[in-house]
Write a protein that binds this ligand. Structure first.
Ligand code: SF4
Ligand code: SF4
Length: 413
């Protein structure tokens, strides 16, 4: 696509990157067919090709309006379009650039600005969010249905293994996961322990930065990345094998650190090393297949009633990290049978803060996804990202959990 970027951005890093991405797009529209928001709304401007065109106009100097911002807001950043695109257009990178420019030219006001400010300040602060979650859980049964669906009942991380191991991997505690679903990292710790790896969670690390990035607070997201790198660095230097991510949304964002910090002379190289050292938990466990096989062979037979699982592959796993089939293989090896799930490439509507900021579209995607996941009558639904787990559980009585919890339960049987 031919571009003539305006002077305000032309000679910046963002401008050069945007120009390169825009030139790759041949306007074929293949991506539109797999875009969840285009499928729901049927408007070209609510699909990737239309949004690319809107961003191009803004970067070429056309003044954006609230309508421009709305079409960009409605994007889930699910990256389904990137998987489909035959030209390798890095749509979400362009979207981030476009959103930052539009945000500065069309500032938010009123309840929109308040809500985004509140989310930016509450969600990434694990202690503050944990206290709010505890309070919500204590009055959960009195909460209105919409709110109750977002507050899971209290749960624990389960028993922690006592012995240490020479092999160590760093885990990201994250922001909302420890207080909402502590058993995800608890289960990871136990499974890794059985494989001879100690999981360590340095206290200085926190939110990966995806929350602020999704809310167009780019500098805040970079600060989150720098703080995490500072917390991880001494462990990486002293022999930790790498970083294990138990939320695919966080993992996908951490892989962006090198790009986010490319212009920071103090952090660019460290960020590149962190990216190279980062693995999703499914990749870590797959690499330990030789140790896992005898453990699975020693497990009791799985009762028939618990065998069928429906797997929801988060967008961040299949489109962001491009990990496909790995979790499914691990669950099959553990004795589970996966039910067929229609339209498995589509987003469930969780998408970071999307379910709060775009509740109507999010609900429609959630309903569609629950129908697809429950069609095969599974005993449970499993996923790989805390946001999807919480979002789906809010709309069904079928238990929803992280797949590593299933593997942990199997290995404990
Ligand atoms: S599929 Fe790729 S090249 Fe085609 S319109 Fe979409 S982004 Fe552009
Ligand atoms: S990221 Fe998802 S919602 Fe956004 S344009 Fe691409 S496919 Fe559509």
């Amino acid at each position: 696509m031919e571009t003539h970027l305006a002077d305000f951005i032309k000679h910046t890093t963002a401008g050069r990157e945007a120009e390169e991405i825009l030139r790759r797009c041949v306007h074929c529209g293949f991506c539109t067919a797999t875009c969840p928001t285009y499928q729901l709304l049927g408007d070209e401007l609510d699909g990737p090709r239309g949004r690319i065109y809107l961003i191009k106009q803004v970067l070429e100097g056309v003044e954006p309006t609230e309508k421009t911002r709305l079409h960009l807001d409605r994007c889930l950043s699910c990256r389904s379009c990137e998987t489909t695109c035959p030209s390798g257009v890095q749509y979400t990178r362009l979207l981030d650039i476009g959103r930052e420019v539009v945000e500065s030219k069309v500032p938010r006001t009123g309840s929109d600005a308040f809500m985004r400010g509140a989310l930016r300040n509450l969600l990434p602060r694990a202690t503050l969010f944990g206290a709010a979650m505890k309070l919500g859980q204590s009055v959960r049964l009195l909460l209105p249905g919409v709110l109750r669906a977002k507050v899971p009942p209290p749960s624990s991380a389960g028993p922690a293994p006592r012995a240490g191991h020479a092999r160590k991997m760093i885990a990201l505690a994250g922001c909302v996961q420890p207080s909402m679903y502590p058993n995800i990292n608890g289960a990871t710790r136990r499974v890794l322990d059985r494989l001879g790896i100690e999981m360590v969670e340095p206290s200085g690390a926190g939110c990966c930065g995806a929350v602020r990035a999704h809310l167009n607070a780019a500098e805040g997201a970079r600060d989150d990345a720098r703080r995490n790198i500072d917390a991880w660095w001494p462990l990486l230097e002293s022999g930790a094998e790498g970083l294990v991510m138990t939320a695919s949304g966080c993992g996908s964002h951490v892989l962006e650190y090198a790009h986010l910090l490319q212009d920071d002379p103090d952090y660019a190289l460290k960020a590149a090393r962190v990216v190279l050292a980062t693995r999703d938990i499914s990749e870590v466990i797959t690499a330990e297949a030789a140790g896992l096989a005898p453990l699975l062979q020693a497990c009791k037979a799985l009762p028939e009633a618990q065998r069928a699982l429906a797997f929801h592959s988060p967008c961040s796993l299949q489109h962001g990290l491009k990990i496909r089939g790995t979790v499914e293989s691990l669950l099959s090896a553990a004795g589970y049978t996966l039910t067929a799930v229609a339209d498995s490439h589509l987003c469930c509507g969780s998408a970071g803060t999307y379910s709060v900021l775009q509740p109507v579209l999010s609900k429609r995607l959630q309903d569609n996804k629950i129908a697809a996941l429950t069609a095969g009558g599974p005993s449970a639904i499993v996923s790989a990202n805390v946001g999807c787990v919480g979002h789906l559980q809010g709309a069904t009585d079928v238990p929803v959990m992280h797949w590593i919890e299933m593997l942990d339960a199997r290995l404990s049987s």
